[in-house]
Design a binder for this molecule. Structure first.
Ligand code: PLP
Length: 426
């Protein structure tokens, strides 16, 4: 499908409402941009770790009539009238989240992972309080103390890291820093750490210094839902999750917590940090939680992990050392310096070949952060498209080829045909 064609054809078969005549008539510029974006997507292999393909059922709920409903507050306690059905949708979302994650309490209103982090901090901390979290250089998210983010401005962060020899979280260092700093909260979770987290060990350290434990699992929410990663819920005071990454739901955040903290968490979302919830997103989250509780979703998540393991092996064979030697998740972080390129150059070359991945600073990275020595990849999208271990082995080869010499039309063409073969398989 080209940019100027009427928006019919394969894209409408997935039920995408943006491809409607109404949009094309009212705003051909945006309609064309969206069509071109769909085409870009169909021609590339999407390996950015946080992205996925929202399920068609979730997309349908997102564009339903709740998109227009104003519903400040919580079910049964709204500041607007006419909320009975919005209440019912939110209660379904809450009940499903509680069941899926075996959590005493769920708040489904955060608009993003970052706003859920803000609410978690707001519920537990006062400005100036100390927080111990994974340092940004070792894989912590911006919401774990970046000076460019509210977290780094409002709280006093100390960073822990991974061991240089094996890339694993250094729990001895976490314990030592906790004893020394006496933080009010400890955050466990990362944007790039590919291994399971020892939640019981973090709980023990938090208890020893009387700190709250916040689990930040936006990347791996889907694995926790599928039972393929250990759940932080029994250990953490507050678990911060995201519904748009591996979970395939709408863009948004999710907070899970103990019954004791329920009221504080709810107030920290509304009215402290958000206004009216996006009720279409809440409905979409309800659908995503229902889908994530099925055997089909568990099979999907298991394929995402085995695909990532095949990808990590393929990269390792070519000398692109994966952080920690492999992965337990859908994430792979690999050192590209053996091929004589920086992470930034690797990102550019792969993009030129149609392989979309992100540069990533490695722990103890000798390169400046703007260049970095690593790349970070995730298998969420390609697995949603139906790719498996065989395709991920091929993708590893294509990445190595793109990094070994200037990208040729031959590599671009092989990426394009791989993408085309899976573009409409969802
Ligand atoms: C993705 C992610 C976030 C932020 O989520 P947004 O929805 O982009 O705000 C925060 N923390 C971790 C660990 C993440 O992976």
């Amino acid at each position: 499908m080209t940019v100027t064609e009427a928006p019919t054809g394969p894209t409408t078969t997935t039920g995408r409402p943006w491809a409607s005549e109404a949009l094309h008539r009212a705003d051909p510029q945006i309609a064309d941009l969206l069509a071109a974006e769909a085409e870009r997507r169909a021609e590339t292999v999407q390996l950015l770790a946080g992205e996925n393909l929202t399920s068609p059922a979730v997309l349908a709920a997102l564009t339903g009539p709740l998109i227009d409903k104003y519903a400040e507050g919580y079910p049964g306690r709204r500041h607007h009238t006419g909320c009975a059905l919005a209440d019912a949708a939110e209660l379904l979302a809450i009940d499903r989240a509680r069941e899926l994650f075996a959590a005493p309490h769920a708040n489904v209103q955060p608009r993003s992972g970052t706003s859920a982090m803000l609410a978690a901090y707001a519920a537990l901390l006062k400005p100036g309080d100390g927080v111990l979290a994974m340092s940004l250089e070792h894989g912590g998210h911006l919401s774990c103390g970046s000076r460019a983010n509210f977290s780094g401005r409002w709280f006093a962060f100390t960073g822990y890291g991974v061991r240089e020899e094996d890339g694993l979280i250094d729990l001895d260092q976490v314990r030592e820093l906790a004893r020394l700093q006496r933080p009010k909260a400890i955050v466990a979770g990362s944007i790039s750490y590919p291994r399971h987290v020892d939640w019981a060990a973090f709980r023990e350290i938090a208890d020893e210094v009387d700190a709250y434990l916040i689990a930040s699992v936006a990347q791996t929410t889907g694995l926790v839902a599928a039972g393929l990663a250990p759940s932080p819920v029994p250990y953490a005071d507050v678990t911060v999750a995201a519904t748009h990454k591996l979970l395939r739901g709408p863009r948004g955040g999710l907070l899970l917590c103990t019954a004791e903290l329920a009221e504080r968490i709810d107030r920290a979302v509304f009215p402290f940090s958000q206004g009216g919830a996006a009720m279409n997103e809440v409905a979409g989250k309800a659908v995503a939680f229902a889908e994530a509780s099925t055997p089909a979703y568990r099979a999907y998540a298991a394929r995402a992990v085995s695909g990532a393991q095949a990808l990590a092996e393929g990269l390792a064979e070519a000398g692109l050392r994966p952080l920690t030697g492999g992965t337990d998740t859908h994430l792979v972080t690999a050192d590209v310096s053996a091929l004589g390129v920086t992470g930034a150059e690797a990102e550019r070359r792969c993009a030129a070949a149609g392989l979309l991945l992100g540069k990533c600073a490695l722990p103890y990275d000798p390169a400046p952060p703007s260049e970095a020595s690593g790349i970070r990849l995730g298998t969420g999208t390609v697995t949603s498209q139906g790719m498996g271990e065989g395709e991920l082995r091929r993708i590893a080869e294509l990445i190595v080829e793109a990094l070994s010499r200037p990208v040729t039309e031959g590599v671009r063409e092989r990426v394009r045909s791989l993408a085309a073969a899976f573009a409409e398989r969802r």
